[in-house]
Design a protein around this ligand. Structure first.
Ligand code: GDP
Length: 296
């Protein structure tokens, strides 16, 4: 189910209830059931859904409402707040500082959208006055450096990589050292993803992290992977202890609920979402505006 459909279904459930002639317990339960089923269809983790169901019940608490309360408003606000809680880990994301090097390392599985998103993020900061650059530490996949080079050239972002080296940590260290010396402010390090979570990948990630000492590690998660997102984000968190998530491919037919569940599982904020294949298709993510938009 597409994320927009989730919003539509939740909206419809709330409107049905607020228009019901009898706004009683039975009608409220009906609305909650429909919201629960919409969230489940969107792959949101069942533990989170169950928590949300109980929270709505407890907050609305029709029996003990004082007569002056606007039930309709209360229900709308409660549903909104509970959805915000789903995507808000209450953790402040990293903010790069001007005038110093901010090293940002990307991690994630192959195909998640790391290379594309690296360039999008570099460009995002570049247009905000930061001196930004890219380092390709993916020596595993043939063509990885070429892809980054092409994207970077198109966006006019300086880049560093090697066509011959087989040591990603060494390439990463060299690139970061060079750009630090040249006083770059945003130094983004792209890493290899492989196809699966495997020991080699995690060893490599740890070595690169040691070599470049990133100020921020960002996990790139594909919105289309559904329920797997939770396990994947947890496994990467244990090894790479990333501080932020970027969800890609939110423009496609992704349910997005799996990725939302990853936030709760790892207590890590989503900072941006990818909304397409082009350089400008990157949006800042914040819980409240996201839910407002979801509900239209
Ligand atoms: P990597 O292996 O993690 O570096 O992934 P890539 O950056 O090569 O991306 C894999 C594919 O996903 C490419 O075809 C990208 O164009 C595509 N992609 C990345 N982000 C998005 C997005 O936000 N929306 C869409 N529709 N496609 C994306």
């Amino acid at each position: 189910m597409v994320l927009q459909d989730l919003g539509r279904r939740i909206n419809a459930a709330v409107s049905d209830l607020t228009r019901a002639p009898n706004l009683d317990e039975k009608a409220l339960d009906g609305m909650i059931r429909e919201i629960v089923s919409a969230l489940q269809d969107a792959d949101v983790n069942s533990r989170l859904v169950s928590h949300l169901r109980k929270s709505i019940k407890a907050t609305v608490n029709l029996k003990d409402l004082s007569p002056g309360i606007n039930k309709k408003r209360l229900i709308q606000k409660t549903v909104f707040d509970e959805l915000v809680k789903l995507v808000d880990p209450h953790a402040e994301p990293f903010r790069p500082k001007k005038g110093k090097p901010n090293v940002i390392m990307f991690v994630g599985l192959q195909g998640a959208g790391k290379t594309t998103t690296c360039t999008k993020l570099a460009r995002h900061y570049q247009t905000r006055g930061f001196k930004a650059c890219l380092v390709c530490a993916d020596t595993f996949r043939a063509g990885a450096f070429d892809q980054l080079k092409q994207n970077a050239t198109k966006a006019r972002i300086p880049y560093f990589g090697s066509l011959t080296s087989t040591d990603p940590a060494a390439v990463a260290a060299e690139g970061v050292a060079k750009f630090r010396k040249e006083r770059f402010e945003i130094i983004i390090v792209d890493t290899s993803g492989r196809h699966r979570q495997e020991k080699d990948l995690f060893d490599e990630m740890t070595q690169i992290q040691r070599a470049v000492r990133p100020d921020q590690t960002i996990m790139v998660l594909d919105a289309t992977i559904g329920q797997q997102a939770e396990a994947q984000s947890k496994a990467f968190k244990e090894t790479a202890d990333y501080g932020a998530i970027i969800i890609t491919k939110t423009d496609g037919h992704a349910s997005g609920g799996g990725a939302i569940s990853a936030v709760a599982a790892t207590h890590t904020p989503i900072v941006f979402i990818g909304t397409g294949e082009h350089m400008l298709d990157l949006e800042r993510f914040a819980p409240q505006p996201f839910v407002s938009k979801l509900l239209g």
